[in-house]
Design a binder for this molecule. Structure first.
Ligand code: SF4
Ligand code: SF4
Length: 168
């Protein structure tokens, strides 16, 4: 079994909503949405590959000064709250850059409304570095949730994940 299949199966067992098997689209308002820490994202490119709604993208060139390849961030208004990027970054890389944040908190922080559908037009991802990267106020990274399945893996699953992590 591939590492990503182990992650999806464990997330389903953990009753994380909306872990579609195929490429999908937002159909209801998520309770949480993902944000990447701009300083921790390497970026390895793994989470964009596995996001089931394909809403993770590299920031536009020169968005963050001094970075060659820009880190990734998700278009949070399309995020369905599935945790796959959190688990991929936590279990298949050395970076643990992603956290899930309560949708109500995100609405208050960013002055937005998170609805039950993706926006009509393309809204490029923004770094939101001050809120979702480690650091002093106004960072809320400490309120974000990380991996929820790490401690549930059996030995065989751990071996597969470790093999995949070392391969990349
Ligand atoms: S898996 Fe982690 S380090 Fe890799 S691109 Fe995604 S957020 Fe960045
Ligand atoms: S939680 Fe991550 S993988 Fe899932 S939809 Fe949101 S950005 Fe994509």
């Amino acid at each position: 079994m591939a590492a990503i299949d182990i992650i999806k199966r464990r997330l389903k067992e953990d009753r994380v909503p909306d872990v579609p098997d195929e490429i999908s689209e937002k159909k209801k308002r998520p309770r949480e949405v993902a944000f990447m820490d701009m300083n921790l994202c390497f970026p390895c490119g793994k989470c964009p590959e596995f996001c089931p709604v394909q809403c993770i993208e590299y920031l536009a060139p020169d968005t963050l000064a001094g970075r060659g390849v820009q880190p990734v961030q998700d278009r949070f208004q399309e995020c369905i709250g599935c945790y796959i990027c959190v688990e991929v970054c936590s279990l298949l890389t050395d970076y643990d850059a992603v956290r899930m944040y309560d949708a109500d908190l995100v609405e208050r922080l960013l002055g937005v409304t998170i609805t039950d559908r993706k926006p009509d037009g393309y809204l490029p991802a923004q770094p939101y570095e001050e809120y979702f990267s480690e650091g002093g106020a106004p960072s809320v990274r400490h309120l974000g949730k990380g991996s929820r399945i790490r401690d549930k893996m059996n030995a065989e699953e751990r071996a597969i994940l470790e093999h995949e992590r070392k391969r990349s």
